[in-house]
Design a binder for this molecule. Structure first.
Ligand code: TRP
Length: 331
């Protein structure tokens, strides 16, 4: 008998524009998992409505997020790509897990505290129970591995606790997932303040390079990037600006730091920044082209979503019938 592949699940918010930090640090690696794992990548629109959304924008971003992930290399034939609200079992298991998640646990979530401070006029119950819905996303597929950013570590731990608690009461029901936390394997810093991480919500638009930026924008942003006064391309902790540019250049060209230092030996930062901008723009061009092509064909995106949801629902159904039986719901 063929051994079943282990399961990878990750959720992505249908929000905003993704940065080259998201691209190099996470998305580019997502496609690697499909070789060895059964992979589910889900656009989490149910999570998105925990903060107010403009309906037309939410709908557009849902298409865009799917298209962007596909453009970054997630092949819909090798990965199950779908939209959370298309598989109602997420909401259903979310409710059930709410009943196995403690008020105190949810109160300790730092993301809840941050978000409720920022949205003081809309601290809704969904924002509070967000982590049990996330646990449902993960546990529904008997997930083994969850690639997420370090900011999701606490939520992931909660998902593990809830899984173990449920298993304790009812016997083995859920696989207890492991996190695959990408910490600083590929940490891209702000171009304006190279000591802080490049963030998609930075108000200084010159600090952030988005995957879908035009070539002109990319070149302009790198031209303005903060460096230092030494005028020497060298990787060093006390040269955060230059080191960050070298990291980006290395990621897009495959050159080593030594090769880069040699290449720009005796040259000024102007040449260096121009080269980094060119390499980045060239690296992003195929992604941007593919994104445009995908967005021009909504019908195809809908076919992908539909096939993904059907596949996901098949796996979800298996878990749900087990859960219903264990809890004592009448079949
Ligand atoms: N909360 C995650 C984030 O904001 C998104 C998410 C929702 C997720 N469900 C998930 C990530 C399940 C991993 C697994 O980034």
């Amino acid at each position: 008998m063929l051994a079943d592949k282990k399961i990878v699940f990750s959720g992505v918010q249908p929000s905003g524009n993704l940065t080259i930090g998201n691209y190099l640090g996470a998305i580019k690696n997502f496609s690697r998992f499909s070789e060895d794992f059964k992979t589910f990548y889900c656009v989490v629109d149910l999570h998105a409505i925990t903060v107010r959304q403009v309906p037309a924008e939410l709908r557009r971003r849902t298409y865009e997020t799917l298209a962007l992930y596909m453009a970054c290399g997630l092949d819909e034939k090798k990965n199950t790509l779908f939209v959370q609200s298309h598989v109602p079992a997420h909401a259903e298991l979310g409710w059930i897990l709410d009943c196995y998640t403690m008020f105190g646990e949810l109160s300790r979530m730092t993301q809840f505290k941050d978000k409720s401070a920022k949205n003081a006029q809309n601290i809704n119950a969904g924002l509070f129970t967000y982590p049990s819905l996330m646990a449902a996303d993960i546990l529904l597929y008997q997930t083994d591995l969850v690639p997420v950013g370090i900011d999701q570590k606490q939520h992931l731990e909660l998902a593990r606790d809830v899984a173990m608690r449920f298993n304790q009461v009812y016997g083995d029901t859920f696989t207890v997932p492991e996190g695959y936390i990408s910490t600083d394997t590929m940490k891209i810093m702000s171009l304006a303040e190279p000591l802080s991480k490049m963030s998609k919500s930075d108000s200084n638009q010159n600090a952030v390079v988005y995957i879908l930026d035009s070539k002109d924008d990319v070149l302009r942003k790198f031209k303005k990037a903060v460096t230092d006064s030494e005028a020497c391309v060298r990787y060093s902790e006390d040269k955060p600006g230059v080191s960050n540019l070298m990291t980006i250049y290395r990621a897009f060209t495959g050159k080593t730091f030594e090769e880069i230092e040699r290449e720009f030996d005796g040259k000024g930062y102007g040449d260096f920044k121009m080269a980094v901008g060119e390499a980045c723009a060239d690296g992003l061009a195929p992604v941007r082209d593919e994104f445009a092509r995908l967005m021009a064909d909504k019908a195809h995106l809908e076919t992908v979503m539909k096939a993904g949801a059907d596949e996901a629902a098949y796996y979800a159904r298996k878990t749900m019938s087990k859960v219903r039986r264990k809890i004592g719901f009448v079949n």
